[in-house]
Design a protein around this ligand. Structure first.
Ligand code: C5P
Length: 314
């Protein structure tokens, strides 16, 4: 305790609103191992946070409420099942404070898109309520609470580029010299359910003689250190892609169209149906995006860059 600490906490508690920006994620490598007894698959994944953001505003209130606008408004349940509400309640229980806040979400990350939009909002709620309530937890403490909310939530507390192990919740930041990678993000009509994609992968693997071993991320990590987009393009890989393509065969057309438009490489993001394409620089990304848009195969095409920070106030 230092004199002034208490003043700082009080000042934060009295002030408001708190605005938090949180990014989407892509998996540059997603190695999926066998189904575990707890219902999760063992993962070896490399996450990157990219510049498509949701924004959560937290204000003082007498109860806990959530409103929203943007992507998925009217479709997403705003009740106790919503990850934002679950995150706020988990933080309040951990810190021993009442879960009182008025939360408003502005969404740009599509629902069930394979970009971890729901998980991002959960991470944003932890960071926003921590600031609003003056509970002042460290990133590591917030990530520990996040691990109880969903596999991707801890990564979005940190952001950047990181290795994910366990079922995705154990995060080791990758410290590399700063390089910005440029992406084209092809958002499909409708979503895909993550559990359904994992079930489809299990079904496809059951048809094979022996399940493949868990693929490590060594080649991808070496390519990141090499700073060469063409090499990174060759190292990208996602074990869930076969499942996403099996559930949504039209995605094969999107992947072909992105590569025909000149992208270095393309892959399905997480459990899909969003596809992401690597470009050499921002101008190249704009050109690929324009051509993909003209193909008419996607609902929306955006450009993005990464890595960017995780959930942050301001
Ligand atoms: O952790 P999260 O709630 O996002 O996971 C949703 C579902 O996706 C899980 O219930 C599980 O069916 C599947 N999953 C999995 N293996 C993982 C992560 C998720 O099978 N590593």
């Amino acid at each position: 305790w230092r004199p002034g600490d208490e003043d700082e906490r009080l000042r934060r508690r009295m002030s408001g609103p708190v605005k938090v920006r949180v990014p989407a994620k892509v998996n540059l490598h997603l190695g999926v191992g066998p189904l575990r007894p707890d219902g999760y698959h063992e993962l070896n994944t490399v996450y990157q946070a990219i510049s498509i953001h949701d924004e959560l505003t937290a204000r003082r209130g007498d109860t806990l409420t959530l409103t929203m606008e943007g992507e998925g408004a009217g479709e997403l349940a705003l009740d106790e099942s919503n990850l934002v509400i679950r995150a706020a309640r988990a933080l309040a229980a951990h810190a021993g404070v009442p879960a009182h806040a008025r939360l408003h979400l502005r969404k740009q990350i599509p629902l069930a898109g394979g970009l971890a939009g729901g998980s991002a909002d959960g991470a944003a709620a932890l960071v926003a309520c921590d600031a609003l309530w003056g509970t002042d937890l460290s990133r590591d403490e917030l990530a520990a609470i996040a691990a109880g909310l969903g596999s991707d939530v801890p990564f979005l507390v940190y952001g950047g580029t990181a290795l994910g192990t366990g079922h995705g919740e154990t995060i080791s930041p990758i410290l590399a010299r700063p390089v910005t990678w440029h992406w084209v993000v092809a958002i499909a009509e409708g979503g895909l359910s993550t559990p359904a994609a994992y079930r489809e992968l299990d079904r496809l693997r059951a048809e094979q003689a022996a399940p493949p071993p868990l693929r490590n991320a060594d080649a991808l990590l070496a390519a990141l250190r090499g700073r060469d987009p063409a090499r990174l393009g060759r190292a990208l890989g996602n074990d869930l892609q076969a499942a996403a393509l099996s559930l949504r065969p039209a995605l094969a057309e999107t992947l072909k169209a992105g590569e025909a438009a000149g992208a270095l490489a393309g892959l399905v993001s997480g459990s899909g149906p969003t596809c992401v394409f690597l470009a050499t620089d921002g101008g190249h990304a704009e050109r690929v995006a324009a051509e993909l848009t003209a193909s008419g195969l996607c609902r929306t095409v955006r450009t993005a860059y990464g890595p960017v920070p995780g959930a942050r106030v301001g």
